[in-house]
Design a protein. Sequence first.
Length: 134
Amino acid sequence: MGSGMLPVAVSGNSPQPPPKYPLGGDQPRTRSGSPTYPRDIAAALAADRKYLTLAVVNATESVQSLELKVTGVRLAGRSALWQMTGRDLGAANHVGPEPQVEVKEIEIGDAPPTLSVVPISLNIYRFPVVQTLQ
């Protein structure tokens, strides 16, 4: 997530479902994917511990909500969201035609308790850390 960033553990209660059509008909003992299915999520603290960055990918065609529960730090202040979206998973920008993929910055104020992640998007949230809790 960047030089000097400190990785932060991410957990969830939405595990990868079993495959519908497993190869050879066998069900795997261990499922791939994370407990944040169908979203992919990563988080890190800035090296100076002044910001928490959260990256959320929603590759589905529906809005995905997630509950934001942060421990170890207190978040407050103007947060920001950088969002990259396209009309479908095959969207791409080419020289000449109108862009199919858009990146926009959105001010979101204080960190909300629930995030709604738009379909087919990459979302980078930056939340100010006002206190590190022990």
